[in-house]
Design a protein around this ligand. Sequence first.
Ligand code: SAM
Length: 402
Amino acid sequence: MTPAARRQAAIEILDQILTGQPTEKELTAWARRSRFAGSKDRAAVRDHVFGALRCLRSYAALGGGGGDVVSDANTTGRQLVLGALRAEGIDVDEIFNGIGHAPAPLDDVEQSVLTTVPQMQQAEELNMPDWLWPAFEASLGSAAVDAAKALQDRAPVHLRINRLHEDRDRAVEQLASEGVSTEPHPSAETALNVVDGVRKLRNSEAYTGGLVELQDAASQAVIQSLPLSDGQRVLDFCAGGGGKSLAMAARAKLKIFAHDIAPQRMKDLPVRAERAGTTIMVLEPGAAASQAPFDLVLCDAPCSGSGSWRRAPEGKWRLTQAQLDDLCQTQAEILNEASQLVAGNGYLAYATCSMLEVENRAQVDRFLANNPGWTLQQDHDWHVHKGTDGFYVAVLTRFSDD
Ligand SMILES: C[S@@+](CC[C@H](N)C(=O)[O-])C[C@H]1O[C@@H](n2cnc3c(N)ncnc32)[C@H](O)[C@@H]1O
């Protein structure tokens, strides 16, 4: 495919996403009906689509769209790609030339867009929803602008060395011998940053053999901060795919139980655990109480995902205040339920991949205010502009004479 044909493909996919269709579904559907597209074409089209979604508001404004970009009354894929070209400093006529499968040449209205530079408000320029920007700013303070800017870029690729198998230097060497260049990441001792060769990773022996897992360095740092030690019984209350369960298993000799309200999310966990050389007990929803008490219960709670909007940028535009309120309610209920499963003198760990105060420290403070037996032992946050996903973790303890 020519560069222009790739942009046209992105335009068509974006048009579908703007009607409310999920991004991954549309990318997959396009790849299926475009058998002529090679792996480099697919990667380039994906980059164009994700790039436009991360910068939806500013690209819309630069392309002559805008307005309510969430329900998308006024923006088209064509406008987003036009805006992207302007932002990237690419000659518009080289792409919008109508040759072969390229986008059609600009019409008069679109041509006139090129003659103006839109005046953008701060949230628009930083590609944040208007309703969320004040809360984002209040949560991050002077770091808010840097964090919002970081959300406009592609996320780094991080690996977790499965310590059950390997040490860091040997993992770096093996990956290098398979064409994947990495460097240690400062956020966690198990973390590697992939510098080059990311497309070779999934077929590498290092990955298929369980030496390394794909996992953001902040997720690893969360696990590193937990008070885990040999012999503990640990519950991963919101286990999802089990990334945190596996990371905990690599830290100490634990008896780990995985639980999730949606058990199908854990369906690959037994195989992943075997690949990593460990065993994880998968519990049915609601069955955690029958195995209680636990020395540590981790709640990696459902959240806005604001810390991982680089990876899933449509989340930034789909989230509403009502959904955020519902998420906060669910988080509070999870904390309450999970706290009852913790042994006397045990630990309750609460984590989100969010940078919003209301989902993080405010949630913990509310729990502590309502549950006087508990104290906060430590909490920590990670922000996107520091080279990881945005994350938060708090570790609470309950002292007991039992
Ligand atoms: C952030 S994800 C977990 C990610 C996972 N820990 C990982 O590392 O891959 C949150 C999970 O919480 C689950 N969940 C939502 N409400 C829940 C509830 N009330 N009880 C238990 N799990 C819940 C969701 O199904 C989802 O899988």
